[in-house]
Design a protein around this ligand. Sequence first.
Ligand SMILES: [Fe+2]
Length: 251
Amino acid sequence: MKRTTISRRGFLGMLGSGSAAALALGAGLRPTPAAAAPMAQANGSAGFTLPPLPYAYNALEPFIDTATMELHHQRHHGAAVNNLNNALKDYPELRQREISDLLANISQLPEAVRGGVRNAGGSHLNHMIYWATMGPGGGGQPNGALAQAIGSTFGSFDAFKQQLTDLSLRIFGSGWGWLALDRSGKLQLISRPNQDAPVMDGFNVIVGIDMWEHAHYLKYQHRRADYVAAWFNVINWESVGKRFDAANQAL
Ligand SMILES: [Fe+2]
């Protein structure tokens, strides 16, 4: 299967195209939602790699601190990439596939690798989306089709913000809070424990917040509500809006 090599373009340009879905269809597998592949990348012989952030580690100050960003990206996300490659060390053909493709079709993978793909692979995908949907100069509100959809689904942006905040703060232990598009094209707020990626259930996530302690503990300690409030100030709504458009086109 020929794969397209995509050079480093930064996260914002890597919002997924139809390529992953087309490849999955060609292989007779479930199509991968386009927006679930935020940074479609060709995996070299070494397998998956940790993409660089599209902004400096200090770019999200004062909302997300530099030390947290460095540790989070280099150590936590980096470890997930290493663990994913280790989990697939005996399956070089799987290391060449998109992570969103593997997760969307996890039930068809060899049983020996499912745990690694679910946990490390889920972490890899979730973090790529997290980095790609934040940025300096963020915050505010979306516009365009996403703004209309949020308004019609939740009543207002403020109501959406409150509901996503509440849902994220209700997560017990580690997990993620997401705004996602379901298979029928309806926006939903969902949470998932650990690193479970919603693409495993057919959801195409639009934007989400990492509620693991490593995402906030250095700066906010137990004050999770302060972290969630800060995160809204660094959301890159332009990037999120593109993900929403791509997800709709993939329906
Ligand atoms: Fe994380």
